[in-house]
Design a protein. Structure first.
Length: 159
């Protein structure tokens, strides 16, 4: 646990103007056994000729989403607008993978759904392709049940 320094102290309370935590984080950490609403975020790295994408699977926590957006902006990435909501909620520790794509390198091949503090680098799957394709299909699948979690297509004109 880390204490935040208040921006100002009033007679009956302290004020945090831009807190670096989310009260949802406390709730998520208590609910390891319950399913959590999740979002997927897709970014393309713009500084390379070949298409490289970062695919995040996050708890639906505004502080985490903001931290990822800021990190990717610093990496000169562009968010690709796709519906962020997943088809199913997940438990912390659920293993997921990106369904295999032809001629696409996927690293890591499998990740566990985690809740990490917003100050930490969030895990993502990196997808890269030597050959330009007409369309990339991103499909996240739960490993144990083989259920579809999230799917999106990106056409060539976007990347």
């Amino acid at each position: 646990m880390k204490l935040e320094k208040p921006d100002r102290v009033e007679p009956h309370h302290a004020v945090l103007e831009n807190p670096k935590f989310s009260s949802l984080g406390i709730i998520f950490k208590k609910m390891f056994k319950q399913k959590i609403n999740t979002v997927a975020r897709l970014y393309q790295i713009l500084r390379f000729k070949m298409p490289i994408f970062h695919l995040y699977l996050l708890p639906n926590d505004p502080s985490l989403i903001k931290a990822v957006d800021e990190h990717e902006a610093n990496c000169h990435s562009q968010r690709i607008e796709k519906p962020p909501g997943t088809l199913i909620s997940l438990k912390i520790g659920t293993s997921v993978f990106v369904q295999t794509l032809d001629d696409v390198t996927i690293w890591p091949e499998e990740v566990k759904f985690q809740y990490l503090d917003a100050e930490k680098l969030q895990q993502y799957v990196e997808l890269s392709a030597e050959q330009m394709q007409e369309k990339f299909s991103f499909t996240l699948v739960e490993k144990r049940t083989n259920k579809l979690i999230w799917k999106a297509d990106v056409k060539r004109g976007v990347f």
